[in-house]
Design a protein around this ligand. Structure first.
Ligand code: PRX
Length: 648
């Protein structure tokens, strides 16, 4: 791990607007302080009270059992997350309330009330059951952002089938890895999805993948884009035919609180993506409470999180958290610039969205597209804005506040990860003063700190490692099939704390400033990619002998991807080969992993023990002065060569 230097200085402060605070769920700083203290001093009592707001078929015997690094929450309790997202609201006055408002990219719309969503979920749960799926089986879901994606996810939760949602932008190879690792029995997909006016061939990708996935017995295919797709006799079933054959009566399965709800694959420093495992009870309670307080949800809000359900943000804050709170969720299928760059603002205006949650990379694109586009629309329904996925640069934050929030809406910059399941550090909009670029304070029950390598706390503004010192309800429980990796990756780097790769500092007011990944993970447009994965993809091309992948600053995406490549003897660098390698990575992983630049070199800088010095390469890629120590470099002339290396 490298030394961490903090350079950002930011002094602007924005207290919660008085009118907002007066109406907020939490508007009194003293009350917040009391709750926060209690959540740390008496976590079991605190979380038991929260859990009691939800439905349990059977009560728990113990709130928490912590045996480092494994935790169980609500031990012995039985519940069902789909029940809490749906059935609970049917008797609580929300039967005819809109649960999902959906807009397709071509422009059609659909609204499902809680009652309607409940029915669809029950039916698809029955479809799964009638094909032999029961609690504990794994179901892979590879769909676009359509209402049936929500239906499929909740149907799994209803019967206890562990879902693994695979982002619709991933390639067939990425499907193979994920389906095989989880040994999924079923894949749910669509014929295609709409993206920027074009069809993403989801079913074709599944067909290609399944040639290498022996565990899959059934594929359910929703018709969305209507082009011809191949249907394999006996294996493939149309969604609508299957739904016609079952009833909408399907009681929710009372599941153990620690029953595995889902697996979501995320990039790490080594090897293939790891399957982060979330369980039922703790995850439910964590996403429920964070949604309630961070987004200050009210009965009449129209809530819109723009994330894809293929990522954790879509799991926790498009589906589970808001639905557990009985919210009206807006869901959008397509791209922000289709048919034009004002699509989001037109939608906020059309649906009177009040809470809007998006990513810094999107905000930077909006800034570039120009403020005349949001200005064409009435955004006065908005009352709260959020961001997630990467550090937000203060200027983008200020633009978001002024142009989208009309200088009126608080902004919640929420720090969390696939592994944390729910928001960990964020302002609470009625009580926390905000500063552009800071995620501010830990959420209830989150014991966060910035520490040195030896685990001692850093002083104010001293850069260090962001750790969590106490287990929290929505934390990952293990890595699917690889508990050793779970121990190593998260709990052994700065023992005994949880550490998942971010550098940070805390200022004199106790606000956290996240400085980004310090491990071999690149955050591209808010999405995590392991350098190792991209390197393996490159090396799988016959022309490539060795590859090293590093980030370089990118105005829009936060980080771009630069690959340094050495070729097999006899191969010569050409423009054609650059394109071929970039396409090859897209094909192996997905378009988000496509390198922005390929640089050919005769050799890579290595330590005497043979480890590639990516830190040096990152400096070269960013055209920075070389920082830090080069004394362990085996062959200094390599550096000179790199600087002169061909640019692709
Ligand atoms: O580096 C942090 C960054 O995104 C990483 C987690 O990525 P992922 O698991 O894909 O989840 C993204 C959505 C929760 C973190 O380790 N990150 C996320 N939110 C922020 C952030 N960095 C700075 N500020 C944030 N608000």
């Amino acid at each position: 791990m490298v030394e961490i230097n903090s350079v950002l200085q930011e002094g602007r402060k924005f207290p919660p607007p008085t009118a907002f605070a007066a109406a907020a769920r939490l508007g009194d700083p003293a009350e917040y302080e009391r709750l926060y203290r209690r959540s740390l001093d008496e976590p079991e009592a605190f979380w038991a009270e929260v859990a009691a707001e939800l439905h349990w078929f059977e009560p728990w015997q113990a709130v928490r059992e912590w045996s480092h690094p494994h935790v169980r929450w609500f031990v012995g309790g039985r519940t069902n997350l789909a029940y809490n997202c749906l059935d609970r609201h049917l008797t609580a006055g929300r039967r005819t309330k809109a649960a999902l408002i959906w807009e397709g990219e071509p422009g059609e719309t659909r609204t499902l009330t809680y009652l309607e969503l409940h029915r669809e979920v029950c039916r698809f749960a029955n479809v799964l059951k009638s094909h032999g799926i029961s609690a504990g089986d794994r179901v892979a879901i590879y769909m676009g952002m359509v209402p049936e994606l929500a239906v499929a996810v909740l149907a799994c939760a209803r019967i206890g089938a562990t879902h693994s949602v695979i982002f619709g932008g991933f390639s067939p190879n990425a499907i193979v890895d994920r389906v095989n690792d989880a040994q999924a029995k079923v894949v749910v997909t669509c014929d295609g999805g709409w993206r920027r006016g074009r069809i993403v061939p989801l079913k074709d990708n599944v067909d290609e993948a399944l040639e290498r996935c022996p565990t899959v017995a059934h594929v359910f295919v929703l018709k969305r884009t209507q082009q011809h797709v191949h249907m394999k006799e006996g294996r493939d079933h149309w969604w609508s035919d299957s739904m016609d054959q079952v009833s909408h009566d399907c009681p929710a399965e009372p599941l153990d609180a620690e029953h595995p709800l889902y697996i979501l694959y995320t990039s790490g420093t080594t090897g293939k993506p790891k399957g982060v495992v979330h369980t039922t009870g703790g995850y439910m309670v964590g996403t429920y409470l964070t949604t309630k307080y961070v987004f200050d949800l009210r009965e009449d809000d129209v809530y819109w999180c723009t994330a894809d359900v293929g990522w954790v943000t879509g799991h926790s804050y498009v589906l589970y958290g808001p639905l557990a709170n009985g919210a009206t969720v807006l869901m959008y299928e397509g791209a922000p610039n289709h048919p034009d760059v004002d699509r989001f603002w037109a939608m906020i205006d059309r649906w009177q969205v009040s809470v809007f949650y998006t990513a810094p990379t999107a905000i930077r694109a909006f800034v570039r597209w120009g403020e005349e586009h949001p200005k064409k629309h009435d955004l006065s329904s908005l009352r709260l804005l959020g961001t997630v996925g990467e550090p937000i640069n203060p200027e983008a934050w200020m633009w978001y506040r002024r142009v989208i929030g009309g200088d009126r809406c608080p902004i919640v910059d929420t720090w969390w990860q696939t592994e944390t399941g729910a928001i960990m550090i964020s302002p609470l909009p009625g009580v926390t003063p905000t500063t552009p670029g800071s995620a501010t304070k830990p959420f209830f029950g989150v014991d966060a700190d910035v520490v040195r390598r030896d685990g001692t706390s850093c002083g104010p503004d001293e850069g260090g490692f962001l750790v969590l010192k106490q287990p929290w309800p929505s934390m990952l429980r293990t890595v699917w099939g690889d508990d050793e990796r779970y121990r190593q990756q998260y709990w052994s780097q700065i023992p005994p704390f949880y550490f998942a790769g971010d550098g940070a500092r805390r200022d004199a007011d106790g606000n956290f400033w996240i400085m980004g990944r310090i491990d071999d993970v690149i955050n591209v447009a808010g999405h995590r990619l392991g350098t190792m994965e991209i390197e393996s993809a490159l090396v799988s091309h016959p022309a490539v002998a060795e590859a090293a992948v590093v980030p370089r600053p990118d105005e829009l995406k936060g980080s771009g991807i630069v690959a340094f490549v050495t070729l097999e003897g006899g191969r010569r660098p050409t423009d054609g080969l650059v394109d071929e390698l970039r396409d090859h990575v897209s094909k192996e992983i997905g378009a988000i992993a496509r390198p922005d630049q390929i640089r050919f070199t005769d050799a890579l800088p290595k330590t005497r023990s043979g480890k590639i010095m990516r830190r040096l390469l990152a400096d070269v890629a960013a055209n920075r002065e070389l920082r830090g120590d080069t004394t362990t470099l085996e062959d200094l002339s390599v550096l000179q060569q790199l600087r002169e290396a061909d640019e692709g």
